[in-house]
Structures are given as structure tokens and as C-alpha cells.
Ligand binder design. Structure first.
Ligand code: SF4
Ligand code: SF4
Length: 372
């Protein structure tokens, strides 16, 4: 039976919908699914071939820009922490951090949290109630206070056992709010998609998210509450962002925001703070639903036909990497990932092509590098 509630931005078939297993995400599936042409391949597969090709946007300088963009995301061991193990005195004392800050007015306090999120670097921020549907059933859990690079060494080397990325994910009791943040990706760099500066825009947004969630998580803990800092892990970011009023789901399978379209990356901090949740932006959701029906610029820009050109969304998933039970435009992420391997990076064509990204001028990679 398909439910359609007035205030619900999704059409969900509760008989079909199940919490997502992160092992079905292509970055993990390539490790265990032998039926894939991308089995055991990673985006480094073709890098040297690209560098030798001397193609604009694929030089050693371009790849150096991308790889370095990931530095904070990959190397900072506190980025995706679920709790503060040791109260470390960094010169400000610690006693005042131990009790719970008394929140007298949840509404104005929520504004403090949003202000802090923006201050630390979020472009957009909203608050959602935690909907258990969006929490992964199983997934990759980093050992606490371990950097992404260190935690995923085995996974990236292709040696990881299933159990590493198929662990039960359960938020602790009392964690019932998600502070969801979107981080802008550089317009000039994205406009060069699928060349490497576009991938660098994505990389640097991930590093910014590691910085932002670390600072926001500590800010929350300094006030005596719990914070679980997440990137793409732990829960599906797009429905959380929609619940938090940040935007709508587009044909390209991405969050479209009114301000920046899909030119964002998403992160979230779960907390037990008594925050006031935002409502989904129904007006924008209706606008995107109508717009995507008659626009297929993202689908036309996709080199591998991973994005459907069908007029209407459907309940039929394209691959097992899609989570069925929600009516939407399903993206064939197997095809998408094949192109990522070929391109030696994420591609971004479907972001650059979307009118909601508001790209004023499309640059070549050479023009991107000339703009100082
Ligand atoms: S990222 Fe590239 S390959 Fe993947 S769906 Fe978008 S346009 Fe297609
Ligand atoms: S390019 Fe067009 S169809 Fe694709 S997500 Fe953007 S608005 Fe929707």
C-alpha cells in the first residue's frame, strides 16, 4: 500500500522499503560483487594513462589538486567521531564543559546551533527529526578517532572482509535530531566537469565537511550534549537534508537546493540537543518535481546514460545499489561508477548541467587555472 501524506515529501511503499545496507553502495559493492565490470577497480585505475594523454584537465597538476583536496577528510582522525573519549584541556579548562547547558528557549537555541554551523563553514543548514528509515541498517563503522585513510586501508586495498563494511548501525538512545549541512562546491571548478578540477571541488568540499562537523561536534559537547559527526556514513544524507528543509530530490539523484542546486556536498551531526526541527520545503519540492519532468539536461550530459529520461518517477529501481520503495528517478549507479573508473574521478556532469546549479560561465580546465 502506497502512502502519500500531505506533509510527507516522499511517496513510500512501506511494504518494500527497507533500511539501506551500505555494502550496496558502489564504493563497497566493487569489493564483493563479481558480476560488476568494475569489480576490484578503484578510481586510480586509469590515472597514469590520463596523465600521459596530456588532455586538458587531466594533467599531473590536476590530479595533484584533487588528491590534495581530500587531505583533511582523509587524514584528520577526529572528523567522524561519535563521542569525546577524553576531555582534553587545550588551554580553556574543562570543568565548565562537564554539565549540561540549560536551554531555556529551544527556538532561539536552535538559531545558535545554526549560526555556529555557518560560522564553521556550512553554506546551508537545517534541522531534522531522526527518521529511522534513513539510518543505514548496516554499514562501515570506523574505529573511533581513526582517520578515514587509516580506517579504509584494507577496504581500499580490496582485502576487507564483508564484516568490515556490514556492521549493524544503531544510533544511541536519545539521539533524535540531525543537524544537516550543505557545503558549496566551487562554481568555476564544477563548470569544467568531467575534468579533474570538478573532482577537486568535490574533494575540497569533503575536507571542509570534516572540518565543519569536527568543530560543530565539539561545540555541542562543550555544552554537555552528545554529537555524532557524519559524512556519507551512518545514514542517507539526501532524505535527511530534505526533511531538514534544505531542498528536493532531482532527476540526477542528488539534493537540489534553492540556493546552489546540486552544487553541494552534504554532512550531518546527530545530537540529543532539544532543537526545533525545520519543515521540508514543500514549495521548492513541488517546483523541482515539475521542473525535472520537462528537463533532462542532467541525463543528456551523462556520458553513460545512467540517468533516466523517462518523464515520470517510478518505484522501479535500476540496480541493487538503489534502495527500492520510494518513488523517484532511479540512477543506474553501476553505469555511473563505470564512468568514474574510466574518468579516474567522480564526474560532476550532472551537477554542472543542472540549471539549479546557477553556473554563470562554463570554463575549460585551462581557463580555470588561468583565473587567479
Ligand atoms: S556523475 Fe557523471 S556518470 Fe554519474 S550520473 Fe552524473 S553525469 Fe552520469
Ligand atoms: S538537470 Fe534538469 S532534470 Fe536534471 S536534476 Fe536538474 S532540473 Fe532536474
Amino acid at each position: 500500500m502506497v502512502k502519500e501524506k500531505e506533509k510527507n515529501p516522499y511517496e513510500i511503499n512501506d511494504k518494500v522499503y527497507k533500511r539501506f545496507k551500505q555494502k550496496n553502495n558502489m564504493l563497497f559493492r566493487r569489493l564483493w560483487d563479481k558480476s560488476l565490470s568494475t569489480y576490484h577497480q578503484m578510481i586510480d585505475t586509469n590515472i597514469e594513462k590520463h596523465i600521459e594523454s596530456k588532455k586538458d584537465g587531466y594533467s599531473r597538476i590536476d590530479f595533484a589538486l584533487v588528491a590534495a583536496g581530500w587531505t583533511v577528510y582523509e587524514r584528520f582522525p577526529y572528523a567522524f567521531t561519535w563521542e569525546r573519549k577524553d576531555l582534553m584541556d587545550i588551554g580553556y579548562g574543562v570543568n565548565w564543559m562537564k554539565s549540561k547547558y540549560i536551554i531555556e528557549n529551544s527556538k532561539s537555541f536552535t538559531n545558535y546551533i545554526k549560526r555556529a554551523a555557518k560560522f564553521y563553514g556550512a553554506s546551508l543548514v537545517g534541522v531534522a527529526n531522526v527518521n529511522a528509515k534513513w539510518i543505514y541498517k548496516t554499514g562501515f563503522k570506523r574505529p573511533d578517532q581513526t582517520s578515514e585513510a587509516e580506517a579504509k586501508k584494507e577496504v581500499r586495498g580490496g582485502k576487507a572482509a564483508n564484516s568490515m563494511y556490514d556492521q549493524p548501525i544503531n544510533l544511541p538512545n536519545g539521539i533524535n535530531k540531525a543537524i544537516v549541512m550543505a557545503i558549496e562546491m566551487d562554481q568555476d571548478a564544477i563548470s569544467t566537469a568531467p575534468a579533474q578540477p570538478a573532482a577537486a571541488a568535490s574533494a575540497i568540499a569533503y575536507s571542509k565537511m570534516a572540518f565543519i562537523i569536527s568543530c560543530l561536534g565539539e561545540f555541542i559537547r562543550n555544552l554537555g550534549y552528545r554529537a555524532i559527526q557524519c559524512g556519507n556514513d551512518t545514514a542517507l544524507s539526501i532524505p535527511l537534508a530534505i526533511d531538514a528543509g534544505l531542498g528536493a530530490l532531482g532527476r540526477n539523484g542528488l539534493l537540489l537546493t534553492p540556493e546552489l542546486g546540486p552544487r553541494v556536498r552534504i554532512c550531518k551531526v546527530f545530537t540529543d540537543m532539544p532543537l526545533i526541527s525545520d519543515d521540508p520545503n514543500q514549495e521548492f519540492i513541488a517546483k523541482v518535481n515539475n521542473y525535472c519532468k520537462n528537463c533532462s539536461k542532467c541525463a543528456e550530459a551523462c556520458e553513460t546514460n545512467a540517468i533516466t529520461k523517462e518523464e515520470d518517477p517510478t518505484f522501479k529501481p535500476a540496480t541493487i545499489s538503489n534502495n527500492p520503495g520510494v518513488k523517484k528517478y532511479y540512477v543506474d549507479v553501476e553505469k555511473c561508477f563505470e564512468y568514474w573508473i574510466e574518468n579516474s574521478s567522480d564526474c560532476g556532469n550532472c551537477i554542472a548541467a543542472c540549471p539549479f546549479s546557477k553556473i554563470v560561465k562554463y570554463l575549460t580546465p585551462n581557463e580555470f587555472w588561468s583565473k587567479i
